[in-house]
Ligand binder design. Structure first.
Ligand code: FE2
Ligand code: FE2
Length: 299
C-alpha cells in the first residue's frame, strides 16, 4: 500500500490540522475589502472554464457578455458551494455528536464547522457584491439535500464531501494566481483554497480509515452513494438561470453546455485529483463508475 494511503491515528491528524488552523485562518469581514471597486474588463473565471466556451452560443457573445456570463457562473458555483457547506456543517455537527469533545479529532471537526460558517458568509457577500442572484442548486436538489443532510454518514459522506470540495477547489486555484481575473474573486478563492486544504486532508484520512472496514456489500453501497451525490453536486454547479444574464434561454444554454465537449473536459479536469484518490482508496469502482462517467467526472 502506498504510504499516503496508510491509515493514520485520528488524533494526530486532528492535532496537526488544529495547529495549522491557528496559524492560518481568515475572517471575511476583516480580510477582504468589500468596498473596493470591481475591475472593469476583467473576467471572474477563465473563459475556457465557462460552460458554453467553444459553442456557437459562445461565439455569438461579445467580450462584455462573456465577462458577464463568467461572473454569473462563478456566482452560481459560490451559491451552490454555500448550499453544500451548510449541508456539510450539519453533517460535521452530527459526526461530532458521538466524539469525545476533548479529543483533537473532535475539535478539528468543530473547527471545520467554524471555517464553513465563515466561508458561507464570504460567498454570500461576494454574490451580493457582484449583484448576482443567489442561484442555488434548484428546488428538487434543495429538497433532496434536506433528506441527505439528515441521514448521510460513513465513508460515502466524507467521499462526497471530497468531491464537492476538491472539484470547486481546482476551479478556484485556477483563478487565484491569475492577474487577468477580477481581484475580489481571486482573494475570496485564495482564502477558500488555504482553509479547504485542511478540510480535504481531514476527509481523505476519514475515507482511508473507513474503507478497509467495509464488507463487499457495504463497499458497493458507499461507492454508489458517493457517485450519486457527486453527480448531483457537479450537475448543480451551473444553474441554468445564469444564461439569462446574457439573453440566452436557460433551457437552450443548459442543453448546449451538456453537449459541449469542452465542458465535459472541464468537469473531468475539476474532478481529476479527487477521482484519482477515490480510485486508489477503493471508493471508485464497480457499477458506480458508470454513474461517474455519465457525470463526466471519469473518462
Ligand atoms: Fe468552504
Ligand atoms: Fe470545506
Amino acid at each position: 500500500m502506498a504510504r499516503a494511503l496508510e491509515p493514520k491515528e485520528p488524533d494526530q491528524v486532528g492535532a496537526r490540522l488544529l495547529e495549522a488552523s491557528v496559524r492560518n485562518s481568515y475572517d471575511p469581514h476583516l480580510d477582504i475589502d468589500w468596498d473596493a471597486p470591481l475591475a472593469v474588463g476583467k473576467a471572474y473565471m477563465p473563459f475556457e472554464r465557462v460552460s458554453l466556451y467553444g459553442t456557437d452560443l459562445w461565439r455569438g457573445l461579445s467580450e462584455e457578455q462573456r465577462i458577464e456570463l463568467s461572473k454569473h457562473e462563478i456566482a452560481s458555483v459560490a451559491g451552490v458551494g454555500l448550499w453544500f457547506e451548510i449541508i456539510l456543517m450539519q453533517l460535521l455537527v452530527r459526526y461530532a455528536y458521538d466524539l469525545d469533545p476533548t479529543s483533537p479529532h473532535a475539535q478539528y471537526a468543530l473547527t471545520e464547522v467554524g471555517d464553513e460558517t465563515r466561508h458561507s458568509i464570504m460567498f454570500a457577500k461576494a454574490i451580493a457584491r457582484f449583484g448576482a442572484p443567489v442561484y442555488g442548486p434548484g428546488r428538487t436538489i434543495h429538497e433532496l439535500g434536506r433528506i441527505y443532510k439528515t441521514f448521510a454518514g460513513g465513508p460515502s459522506m466524507f467521499a462526497a464531501v471530497l468531491v464537492a470540495e476538491e472539484t470547486t477547489d481546482r476551479l478556484q486555484r485556477s483563478t487565484m494566481d491569475n492577474p487577468d481575473m477580477q481581484p475580489l474573486i481571486r482573494m475570496v478563492n485564495r482564502i477558500h483554497v488555504v482553509e479547504e486544504a485542511r478540510h480535504v486532508r481531514y476527509a481523505r484520512e476519514e475515507v482511508i480509515r473507513a474503507v478497509p472496514k467495509l464488507n463487499r456489500a457495504q463497499l458497493e453501497f458507499h461507492r454508489i452513494a458517493t457517485a450519486v451525490v457527486a453527480f448531483a453536486v457537479i450537475d448543480s454547479l451551473i444553474n441554468p438561470k445564469v444564461y439569462l444574464s446574457v439573453g440566452i434561454d436557460p433551457r437552450e444554454g443548459r442543453a448546449a453546455a451538456l453537449a459541449n465537449p469542452n465542458f465535459h473536459e472541464t468537469r473531468r479536469w475539476m474532478a481529476e485529483k479527487v477521482m484519482e484518490f477515490l480510485t486508489d482508496v477503493g471508493m471508485v469502482g464497480g457499477p458506480s463508475k458508470a454513474i461517474l462517467r455519465r457525470a463526466h467526472l471519469l473518462r
